[in-house]
Design a protein around this ligand. Structure first.
Ligand code: CTP
Length: 399
């Protein structure tokens, strides 16, 4: 299937470089042709000979090598692959990409390419958490560069934390899936809006009402829809997540702001309301910090707009498909069906949120409910939920 697919693998100088050999082997096992660029510091960890033997292709190391330029100029090298994978990606190469530096072959190719770039970061936890590195990561993400990893774990230097390169199997799978997805764009002619994360309703300048929604489910759905070709707008309440690879991300705080941005994003074909919108807001927000005075404090709350309900019941610009979630602690199926009816959406994904399940976690167990069918999806990672839902959407819109 992947016979003609090509990856340009850039190996930079990190202790994880030895794992690149396994990545080459794994990609080739998936019938992907691998050509490598080895940076000067990368060559301190692995030899060009071992890479060449495994990849069965010439290894490129030098920007000013006349033979290489004659055989394949750096521009051609940057274009001949379907994607570029940087593994391991050091803090240095990420900084170079962020700033558009071109002082060696690897960085020049990364600037010259018109192909998608995936990076698999590998560095010490302090380097990963460093403010400059984090700024660069954000720049890269905003520029549409995909990330696989890093993971939390034991480091070669003996420290523990985030920054460890993902396992080769993970990188191989991500790259393989990504390459396959390049050709699969069934939602190319569609647009989507996804709400995600919690909302934050201020009481006074320092206090607020919110919840522990991580935003993860909505982010993964938005990313999946976008990867299937839909022009996707993510409208997100405050989360700790980096921007996903979608067409547009709008950050909001309160439910009112989220509602406003949803209206602005219309018309769309698909609306997914995954946000854990605070049901209530404070009627009279205090402009100054509320002081305690030894007696009871009464705060009057009023209902927030129900975004899902409003999108579903619009007379004009109603999305073709409106999907909501139902967070329930009891009678999951029954309550989800009532919500579907009451809110007027087309599908509802019920999830059991009792005992701290789901909210802020990596997995979800879904009861899929539409007007005509009910399905129980076994417990799965939120990425898999996004995948399953997206494929259902494709089937629905195409039928
Ligand atoms: N929702 C919304 N706007 C709100 C409240 C909820 O868009 N103001 C959406 C959520 O994004 C979700 C669905 O409605 O898709 C159901 O949310 P949930 O919290 O389960 O239900 P509520 O409507 O808040 O009802 P209740 O808290 O009474 O169960």
């Amino acid at each position: 299937m992947n016979k003609s697919k090509k990856v340009l693998l850039i190996i930079t100088g990190g202790i994880a470089a030895y794992k690149s050999l396994e990545i080459i082997r794994g990609l080739k096992a998936n019938n992907i042709d691998v050509t490598c660029i080895l940076t000067k510091s990368g060559s301190e960890f692995v030899t060009p000979l071992s890479i060449e033997s495994l990849s069965e292709n010439k290894v490129y190391t030098d920007l000013f090598n006349l033979t290489d330029e004659h055989e394949m100029g750096h521009i051609q090298l940057s274009r001949q692959a379907d994607i570029i994978l940087v593994a391991p990606a050091t803090a240095n190469i990420m900084s170079k990409i962020a700033y558009g530096n071109t002082d060696d072959l690897a960085s020049t190719v990364l600037v010259a390419t018109n192909k998608p770039i995936i990076v698999a970061p590998a560095m010490n936890v302090r380097m990963w958490l460093n403010n400059a590195t984090q700024r660069n990561i954000q720049t890269l993400r905003n520029d549409g560069i995909k990330f696989v990893g890093p993971e939390n774990g034991e480091m070669a230097c003996g420290e523990y934390g985030e920054g460890r390169m993902s396992e080769p199997s993970e990188i191989i799978k991500y790259t393989n899936d990504f390459i396959n997805s390049l050709d699969f764009k069934p939602l190319r002619d569609f647009s989507a809006l996804v709400t995600s994360g919690p909302t934050k309703e201020m009481i006074d300048p320092v206090r607020f009402i919110s919840n522990e929604s991580s935003g993860k489910q909505g982010y993964t759905i938005a990313e999946k829809l976008s990867s299937l070709g839909a022009y996707t707008t993510l409208i997100s309440g405050p989360t700790k997540l980096p921007n996903p690879n979608v067409d547009k991300v709008v950050h909001v705080s309160s439910a009112d702001e989220m509602m406003l941005e949803c209206d602005k994003a219309l018309p769309v074909n698909i609306a997914i309301c995954a946000a854990a919108v605070a049901d209530y807001k404070v009627m009279k927000q205090s402009e100054t910090k509320i002081k305690k005075n030894g007696s009871r404090l009464d705060i009057t709350l009023e209902e927030n707009p129900d975004i899902l309900s409003r999108l579903s019941k619009r007379n004009d610009k109603r999305p073709d498909l409106v999907v909501g979630f139902a967070a329930e602690t009891e009678k999951l199926e029954e309550n989800s069906k009532i919500k579907l009816e009451k809110k007027g959406c087309d599908w509802i994904l019920g999830n059991n949120v009792s005992n701290g399940q789901v909210i802020g976690k990596d997995t979800n167990e879904i009861h899929f409910i539409s007007k005509s069918e009910t399905e129980n999806w076994k417990q799965m990672r939120k990425e898999e939920v996004a995948e399953k839902l997206s494929h259902k959407i494709v089937q629905h819109l195409k039928s």
